[in-house]
Design a protein around this ligand. Structure first.
Ligand code: PRX
Length: 661
């Protein structure tokens, strides 16, 4: 984040207390923070018992003896899908709409809890008949359609593990995720709708499996795009054919609370994405608790809408598991906000009378750019709570969001969390907290956050430092798929202290984010402090994109930085040295365009660099480390900082001169 925006965040003086009416009907009780403070572990045990149905009640809440791998509710058993479906039907809420779904071309479908339960039971029978059982991995590569929810819940119902891959990722990315998880089945669609066109998915799956060495034995294909697909007899099956034949009855069995629920790949500081592992009981407890309390959910009357794709953690926790565990009615939308017109989202809020709306700052900033008159053409008076996630929200966007989308009254919860944390960790509670634009504010009850200096001691407010989680939390990741060492190294090595002299080890989870704590004790997030970029709320690693660039035959060396960008928060900017031993048949502009397309093809369109600069040198220290800080200065158009540690101090002049040409 630029120094200017940090200054404006830290000097923000506007305050928004909850209205009396909102506070009076709020879900979270005023004693919630004290309850959690008295005994954090007992607080989570109460939530787990209150919010979930247990096939076998737990007696043990937290086992931290194998830290940093936690066991929550370890001797209890539950079925995650039963908690999201059957029990609502049994409680008499079967006729409540679970999902209103709207396709991008304007087609729509709604599922009540009874209907969704039946579909999931059928799908579970189909998937079980394909040989999937407890612990098996299933890759899901689907658009935002109801079948994505049905597939994920059916897999969970069997105690199997889903690995959802965002539909915008390339065939290559899909292949590496399928291989890493050892998936036996892929569930995909022929294609999905995006920006008025059908994009193919099945073809990417075919590409990912073409080398024939994959662990995948079947591909289940949902018909959505109606585009032509190639068919491998014996391997490929149509979802609709199989579901039509399937038994609509399926009894949900209890699985132990630590049974793996899903793996979700995310970018780290190295080139290889990490398979973040989440398990069942603790995860579901925290996502359901936060969904209810952070969004002040009244399931009988609210219509909730989270705009995230199911391929990201926000889609897992706050489209699938949190809302459905709470028996909420929600809207899902397949397409982009500006198709077929720029007011599509606001039109949907009017149509479905959405009352809770959860999206990312990048979307709010695009809507601001388009202008408030577009949103104001629609009746948004149903909105009563707004949420933000994925990156820091600047006060200007916060105020616009509240005024234009929230009618000048709706509270905004700025929720900080990560793929690894599973659920929301820092957020206001809208009936209790006086809101401060630009600040995520306070840890949720039961979560312990600290801001530490480089030396590991807590900073005194008001001051900046590094964000850590100091106590285990229920939805925490349980590891990185297949790589326990990387799990310890990536998150726990920086600030934890080993056991010594009879004292227990002190485990601290390092999130990779910088944060400032103000004089009220409120937390302002300042962005990543590592080589992870945040582009439109999506995580990308500089190294992953560098690897993609050097995989191109023209490229000798590449360095990637995240540069501040008004629309997307950060943007990918690459500096590339071309191989000199071969004639390059392109102009510099052509080479840049080729390499931008190459990255999109290798990883997915979200990783396409905003700019690729062809340079003859890269700034390196004497030990050969690329000084990204200096490249960032160039990419952001700033004066170049201190170059004295460079092996060759003239390099930055050469680069700057080259870029001026
Ligand atoms: O840098 C933080 C930023 O997004 C990162 C996590 O990315 P991911 O795992 O993809 O999950 C995104 C959705 C939960 C964090 O390390 N981030 C997320 N929420 C916020 C945020 N930064 C500032 N404010 C937020 N509310």
């Amino acid at each position: 984040m630029s120094t200017n925006s940090i200054d404006s965040l830290l000097h923000e003086s506007r305050r928004f207390p909850p209205s009396d009416a909102f506070a009076a009907s709020a879900i979270a009780s005023p004693s919630i923070y004290d309850d959690a403070k008295d005994d954090r572990v007992a607080f989570w045990a109460d939530q787990a018992r209150d919010i979930l149905h247990w096939h076998k009640p737990f007696t043990e809440t937290l086992d931290w003896s194998n830290a940093p791998v936690a066991r929550w509710f370890g001797d209890g058993e539950l079925n995650v899908a039963y908690n999201c479906l059957d029990r609502h039907v049994i409680a008499g809420n079967g006729d409540r709409v679970a999902i209103h779904w709207e396709g991008e071309p304007g087609d729509s479908r709604s599922y009540t809890y009874s209907e969704l339960t039946e579909e999931v039971k059928r799908a579970a029978n189909v998937i079980a008949a394909l040989g999937i059982g407890q612990g098996d991995r299933v890759a899901v590569y689907l658009p935002v359609i109801p079948e994505a929810v049905i597939a994920m819940l059916a897999i969970a119902r069997l105690g199997a593990v889903h690995s959802v891959v965002f539909g915008g990722f390339s065939s290559e990315s899909l292949r590496s995720r399928i291989d890493d998880a050892g998936a036996k089945l892929v569930i995909t669609a022929d294609g999905g709708w995006r920006k008025g066109k059908v994009f193919p998915l099945k073809a990417a799956v075919d590409g990912a499996l073409e080398n024939g060495t994959s662990t995948v034995t079947n591909v289940l294909v949902v018909k959505r795009g109606e585009n032509d697909v190639e068919w491998t007899a014996g391997r490929d099956l149509w979802w609709h054919d199989e579901l039509a034949k399937a038994d609509p009855e399926h009894e949900a069995q209890g699985f132990e609370a630590e049974n793996p629920l899903f793996v979700l790949y995310t970018s780290g500081t190295t080139g290889k994405p990490k398979g973040i592992l989440h398990t069942s009981g603790g995860y579901l407890t925290q996502v359901a608790f936060t969904h209810k309390n952070v969004f002040d959910l009244h399931p009988e009357t609210d219509v909730y809408w989270c705009t995230a794709d199911v391929g990201w953690i926000t889609g897992h926790s706050y489209v699938i598991y949190g809302p459905l565990a709470n028996g909420a009615t929600q809207l899902m939308y397949e397409g982009t906000p500006d198709t077929p017109h720029q007011g599509r989202w606001w039109e949907l809020i009017e149509k479905y009378k959405v009352s809770i709306f959860y999206t990312a700052p990048t979307a709010i900033r695009s809507a601001m750019k388009i202008g408030r008159q577009v949103a104001q053409r629609f009746d948004l008076s149903s909105i009563r709570v707004l949420g933000s996630v994925g990156e820091p929200i600047n006060p200007e966007a916060w105020i616009w969001y509240r005024d234009v989308i929230g009618g000048g009254t709706a509270p905004i919860v700025d929720t900080w969390w990560q793929t690894e944390t599973g659920g929301i960790m820092i957020s206001a509670l809208p009936g209790l907290t006086t809101l401060k634009p630009g600040s995520a504010q306070v840890p949720i009850p039961g979560v312990k956050i600290d801001i530490l200096g480089e030396d590991g001691t807590r900073v005194d407010p008001p001051q900046g430092g590094l964000l850590v989680v100091s106590e285990p939390w229920p939805a925490m990741l349980r590891g990185i798929w297949g790589d326990p060492e990387r799990f310890k190294e990536a998150y726990w090595s920086r600030f934890s202290t080993p056991a010594a002299d009879g004292a227990d080890a002190d485990w601290k989870y390092f999130a990779g984010d910088g944060a400032h704590v103000d004089s009220d004790g409120d937390i302002v997030l300042l962005g990543r402090v590592d080589d992870v970029m945040n582009v439109s709320g999506h995580r990308l690693s500089t190294q992953e994109i560098e690897s993609a660039l050097v995989s191109h035959h023209m490229v000798a060396e590449a360095a990637v930085v995240g540069a501040a960008d008004e629309a997307t928060g950060q943007a990918v900017v690459a500096f590339v040295i071309l191989k000199s031993n071969q004639p390059v048949p392109h102009t510099t502009a052509e080479s840049s365009a080729l390499l931008r397309a190459h990255v999109a093809h290798q990883i997915g369109a979200i990783a396409r660099p905003r700019q690729v600069f062809i340079v003859s040198e890269l700034p390196k220290t004497r030990s050969g480390k690329i000084m990204r800080r200096l490249l960032q200065d160039v990419a952001e158009g700033r004066e170049i900082g201190d170059t004295t540690t460079l092996a060759d101090t003239s390099v930055m002049e050469i680069i700057s001169d080259r870029l001026k040409q």
